[in-house]
Ligand binder design. Structure first.
Ligand SMILES: Nc1ncnc2c1ncn2[C@@H]1O[C@H](COP(=O)(O)OP(=O)(O)OP(=O)(O)O)[C@@H](O)[C@H]1O
Ligand SMILES: [Mg+2]
Length: 264
């Protein structure tokens, strides 16, 4: 097994609040890995620690046998791309220029024809060439989400982290994005790590599902081993049925297990 990315004994705190506790992962090359878990369970925090947007208080992230903590920024950007959950930064730029930003780790002093060609290639892959000259700020939420995915793919990294990449997409575009990611993972040895709430999409497209609860990994493995009624009860506090369809587990949430109302 070739390990692409390891997380070893990772802890992260915001002030005195410990958010991630002893997270350990070995992710193989060429896999689609989904991270699931309730709101606030630490999915985005883990993804940000992997991409060094946040600094863990303890532990290490290792990509291609190199510690992320010791890398130069551009070196890291050639290895890991990141699609944020919320794009707070507003780009008053054209879609073409936003996607071209993904080429920055590869650019020399001048834009090369190859970089522009790569931008057109990913815009084509995601079916958004016709938006190339539109302003990013004037797009719908779903269109913006596809542009940010395009930007990350233009970065041509071995690892892509996507934080809820399908949350603003209609079902057609959800399937489109997940199919594209799976195809790239299979054909180019890309490793995709995706935080996602839709358990059935996660089951259909993932080789591995990581289920988080309270800043820890509660379960990890094949979808059929992780998405069990017992785990769904323990992690989400719901009664659910799990049924196979197309040999893929499908979760049918039935009702909440009574509890004191928790915070979201
Ligand atoms: N900037 C911050 N300052 C303090 N606490 C934070 C900050 N960002 C997140 N947290 C806390 O860290 C915990 C984990 O948050 P995180 O965003 O990783 O959850 P998540 O699993 O991605 O949730 P969601 O499904 O809602 O996106 C939460 O309890 C949250 O309140
Ligand atoms: Mg999140």
């Amino acid at each position: 097994m070739i390990v692409k990315l390891s997380v070893k004994g990772l802890h992260f705190s915001y002030g005195s609040a410990e958010i991630l506790r002893d997270v350990n992962l070995d992710i193989r090359d060429g896999q689609v890995v989904s991270i699931v878990g309730p709101n606030g369970s630490g999915k985005s925090t883990l993804i940000k620690c992997i991409d060094r947007i946040l600094n863990p208080s303890k532990g290490e992230v290792i990509v291609d046998r190199q510690k992320v903590s010791g890398m130069k920024q551009m070196e890291l950007a050639r290895m890991i791309a990141y699609v944020p959950q919320n794009s707070l930064r507003v780009f008053p730029n054209t879609v073409f220029d936003v996607v071209l930003m993904g080429r920055r780790p590869h650019l020399g002093w001048r834009e090369e024809a190859r970089d522009e060609q790569k931008v057109w290639e990913v815009l084509g892959l995601l079916g958004i060439e016709d938006l190339a000259l539109s302003l990013f700020t004037e797009l719908s939420g779903g269109q913006q989400q596809k542009v940010l995915i395009a930007r990350a793919l233009a970065q041509e990294t071995g690892v892509i982290l996507l934080d809820e990449p399908t949350s603003n997409l209609d079902v057609w575009h959800q399937i489109d994005v997940m199919e594209i990611l799976r195809t790239l993972v299979r054909s180019q040895d890309l490793t995709a790590i995706i935080a996602i709430h839709d358990l059935n999409t996660a089951a259909r497209y993932s080789d591995t599902i990581i289920m988080m609860k309270g800043g820890k990994i509660f379960a990890a493995g094949r979808p059929e081993d992780v998405l069990t009624s017992e785990n769904l009860a323990a992690v989400y506090g719901i009664h659910a049925r799990v049924r196979n369809y197309d040999d893929i587990p499908h979760v049918i949430p039935l009702k909440q297990i009574p509890r004191k109302r928790g915070r979201v």
